[in-house]
Design a protein around this ligand. Sequence first.
Ligand code: FES
Length: 105
Amino acid sequence: MTLWIDVAAEADLFEGAGIAVTPEDQDIAVFKLEDGGVFAINNLCSHGNAKLCDGFVEGHRVECPFHQALFDVRDGTVSCGPATEPVKSWPVKIENDRVLLKLDQ
Ligand code: FES
């Protein structure tokens, strides 16, 4: 079953930054890129106890605030260590000015 969850208003997002949302007890960071794209990945860094929503965003990558690993917010892959494992990415859509995440994966 497809389960789209309303997690935020689109107006809560700011270009080049992330926010934390916690639908269904998941800890997820939602990013709006400077080109307007909106993406969601797990908020917890795969390398340690850092929140990626607090990281610096440049282009389509977020820098972990602890050890500066770089993750591609579009798919959660690691662009630069020390992290080696990707973080899960989640489907996102914008509908009626709301941000929806698909949680059935
Ligand atoms: Fe994120 Fe170490 S905790 S790179």
